[in-house]
Design a protein around this ligand. Sequence first.
Ligand SMILES: [Zn+2]
Length: 438
Amino acid sequence: MTDTLILSGRWVLPMVPRVPALAAHAVVIRGGRILAVLPQAEAQARYPGAEHRDFPRHALLPGFVNAHTHAAMSLLRGVGSDLPLMEWLQDHVWPAEGKLLSPDFVHAGTRLAVAEMIRSGTTCFSDMYLFPEETARVVDQSGIRAVLGLTVIDFPTSWAATTQEYFQKGADLVAAWQGHRRIRFTLAPHAPYTVSDDTLREIGRRAEHLEVPIHMHVHETAHEVATALTDHGERPLTRLARLGMLQRPFAAVHMTQLDDREHEALMAHPVSVVHCPESNLKLASGFCPVARLLGNGVNVALGTDGVASNNDLDMLGELRTAALLAKGVAGDAAAVNAVQALEMATRNGARALGLEAEIGSLEPGKCGDVIAIDLGSLEFQPAHDPHAQIVYAATRDAVTDVFVAGRALLRDRELLTLDLDELTNLAQTWQERVQAAH
Ligand SMILES: [Zn+2]
């Protein structure tokens, strides 16, 4: 029974509807999957030969699912801060990317991002960026789980010269990594304003063929919607519906602009909204009406976006911002309670990525993606309500241990699959290159 692992904690928070924090419970993992969630004493009696890791001060949770990232952009952390979206993109981010974007850039940036994500309790991320073959290599080597966007934009980049080349490179990526236990895919058209109707139709066909969700920035700002109305006489979401894009699982990122008809359309289609509150706040993009969406039964997941607009990949920070912002936007202190905030960062994220049967909660049969958050320090005492303490008081340095498919990636805050000193040096090297190019 040496392949059996018992993780026991002061609490287990399974993130299963109507299941409370379970005191003195354990998660049993075998072959990378959860075998049982049960009282600690019972777990030890039932699996006597198992390896046992006890976390007497901690809460054990499913790992966080970051449903929208541009991981490699960690090398541009903070570039062009405090500017509006289009100025930030056109004058700072796109020129820097134009000079620097390469397989090396994506490999280095993604390694830095994955190290940061593991250290803050993220076990799965949904990425949208170029050179995803490099992202796949880092995911494979580091032990984290990821959903890689097959990016499509109707203009040339250093990765692909034509729309057909984007499709071909995406197909090559799927062929190379199909069947990998920790790598999945989405079709990822960048945004309504960078992809034509014909390209979107082809994306819809390919998503159906591969049975994967579509992952796209939609209604990020009022400016985006107003420009679409002026240029095409149609709001972007209306256009996506007309093209049949919302008939299948669709992860719509940002969604700060929604009228009543659009709220109804979201309820009638398998659309998840990926809320990125800190990016929206920093770029003054607007407010996603999260409380209304959740009240309507729409699946709302959570993403950090890239660190150039955040400036971190910290899901604990993000879910706290999401909970606080939703109350302010709704004018209702009961909007997005602590359990809902944690659900957005775990099971709702899994659903947005089409992985609800695999990850997002601690239940038998799901993957052994588990994190331990230390609630034993003075700052958390007395810990009456572990869900609320995590959402409103915990910071990412309280995440001590991270497991993906039962494999330890972080042990007592030490990275086990990536070298912290080497990454710090790598970041310094790239800081000089980015400054020279910027
Ligand atoms: Zn984004």
